[in-house]
Design a protein around this ligand. Structure first.
Ligand code: ACO
Length: 341
């Protein structure tokens, strides 16, 4: 007897349509620290140059948090902006899922510091999946909404990588920045078809055997006891191009969509050369790729919602458009989400 494979059992756009709950993207917000550090600024402390950093990564500057700009502080600002954008009150928030690798404290979860600051109720937790954290958090939020456990969910990525970087290591310190981004998701009835508004699918992957190519060699919490980020850049680069190409194909196939259905590619902002290889694979013009790496650098779990907040602030997003989100990060972790606005 032929048993169905796991792939066969994945939810697909149902040709006949059936009632489902969708997690609709109702609001987007971001927060960037006030202090901006340019490539030239960094070239004064490590042996590097604006030309090298731009050519290899596409990064021109990064925002760096000052002491008061903690993970929770930035997350709260981004979350409040997302709620305001959605025209929602804190009372509408049933859950907060916050992705970070740089929480202020081991516990309570940063999500709950945000809950208290906003005056929200419900439940909340932090999630650790490095640069894929936002995609993982979005996937959990989608599940929470689809199963009726919450109707309004804040999904946040907030990072202070400046506190876990070795500022003497030019291989890593030039790549990252601080910031937070958030989206507010609302439950809404859908038909089960790909034309529904909301999250159409998420796909998550991980390979723990690759943990040693990108990691932090210590605990988080207090800056003086934190470890430092260690990265074997070339290997990560190679996996990123390969895995993310597979991930975008997987997302489209699961929804029965062709590449030209994508209105916006919203990639994790790690390296413009990685983004470029995915863009070419999809055959998308550059104008349909959301790019913030030049101004934000890699803000890990915050990079996708921050990029979304920027393009939304420019008034470029329209109802009905299809977003393809993808990210790869430490773990290794990687994944994608297809979202119709
Ligand atoms: N300035 C000047 N020279 C530098 C710098 C710098 N900042 N950093 C490294 N170099 C030197 C190296 O020492 C090396 O010199 P050598 O040839 O004399 O040894 C040379 O430049 C080339 O270095 P490579 O490592 O070969 O440079 P590469 O083209 O691979 O780019 C980079 C490095 C940008 C790190 C790239 O590999 C990359 O982007 N990797 C993927 C990063 C990523 O996607 N991370 C995932 C998310 S992060 C997360 O999850 C936390």
């Amino acid at each position: 007897m032929d048993l169905p494979t796991a792939q066969d059992l994945l939810p697909r756009a149902d040709p006949g349509g059936r009632a489902v709950l969708r997690a609709v993207l109702a609001g987007i917000g971001g927060y960037l620290p006030e202090t901006v550090v340019s490539n030239d600024d960094l070239a004064r402390t490590v042996e590097t140059s604006d030309a090298w950093i731009r050519e290899r990564t596409g990064i021109g500057q990064r925002h760096i948090a000052q002491k008061h700009e903690s993970c929770a502080f930035m997350a709260t600002r981004a979350a409040a902006a997302a709620l305001a954008d959605a025209g929602a009150e804190a009372a509408e928030v049933d859950a907060i899922i916050l992705a970070t690798a740089t929480p202020d404290e081991a516990f309570p979860a940063t999500a709950l510091r945000v809950q208290a600051a906003l005056g929200a109720g419900g439940f909340g937790f932090d999630l650790s999946a490095a640069c894929s954290g936002f995609i993982y958090a979005l996937s959990m939020a989608d599940a929470v909404i689809r199963t009726g456990q919450a109707r309004g969910v804040l999904v946040i990525g907030s990072e202070v990588y400046s506190r876990i970087l070795n500022w003497q290591d030019r291989n890593t310190c030039v790549l990252f920045g601080d910031g937070a981004g958030a989206v507010f998701l609302r439950a809404a009835p859908g038909t089960g078809l790909g034309s529904d508004r909301g999250i159409l699918s998420t796909h998550l992957h991980a390979d723990g055997r690759l943990g040693d190519i990108l990691y932090v060699d210590g605990a988080v919490g207090q800056p003086e006891r934190s470890g430092h980020l260690v990265m074997h850049g070339k290997e990560v680069f190679r996996h990123a191009v390969h895995r993310l190409s597979e991930a975008v194909d997987e997302a489209l196939a699961a929804n029965g969509l062709e590449r030209d259905a994508v209105d916006w590619l919203v990639p994790h902002q790690a390296n413009m050369r990685i983004v470029e290889s995915i863009r070419k694979r999809l055959g998308l013009p550059l104008e349909r790729v959301v790019r913030s790496i030049e101004r934000h650098a890699n803000t890990s779990a915050a990079s996708i919602p921050l990029a979304l907040a920027e393009v939304h602030g420019q008034g470029k997003l329209r109802p009905g458009q299809l977003l393809l989100l993808e990210a790869l990060g430490g773990g290794l972790t990687w994944g994608s989400a297809l979202v119709r606005l």
